[in-house]
Ligand binder design. Structure first.
Ligand SMILES: [Zn+2]
Length: 122
């Protein structure tokens, strides 16, 4: 079996050793608008194939919509906008405030801006 020195696989190999797990499959959701990846590692060639098959199944289930993770952007929690404050909290935080706590919004000081993490894509 060829030694795979890809950084992602190196981490899966370390996880495998640390947690005594000869098969590791990781499903990851990226920050850039909900793209995902599936990585797999198996301790032996046979287990590598088992891990790869599981990863392929997961990939297929997500691609065909059988598994539809509710991928909310961590920056805006999926609303596409953040406040123009130093913290840049999701705009839904401001929308959820009681009316008497929205003075900054009514004065036009606090405004929604497109989420820098996802670019405003929901
Ligand atoms: Zn966002």
């Amino acid at each position: 079996m060829a030694w795979n020195n890809d950084p992602e696989i190196r981490h899966l190999r370390e996880y495998s050793k640390l947690f005594d797990a000869p098969v590791v499959v990781v499903f990851a959701i990226k920050r850039d608008g909900g793209k995902f990846s599936v990585s797999s590692y198996g301790e032996t060639q046979q287990l590598c194939q088992v891990a790869s098959d599981i990863g392929d199944q997961i990939h297929r289930l997500v691609t065909n919509g059988t598994i539809a993770p509710n991928i909310a952007c961590p920056g805006c929690h999926g609303c596409g906008q953040v406040a123009n404050t130093d913290e840049g909290e999701p705009w839904t935080v401001w929308e959820g405030l009681p009316e008497d706590a929205k003075a900054g919004v009514y004065l036009g000081v606090v405004k929604p801006v497109p989420c820098p993490e996802c670019g405003g894509k929901k």
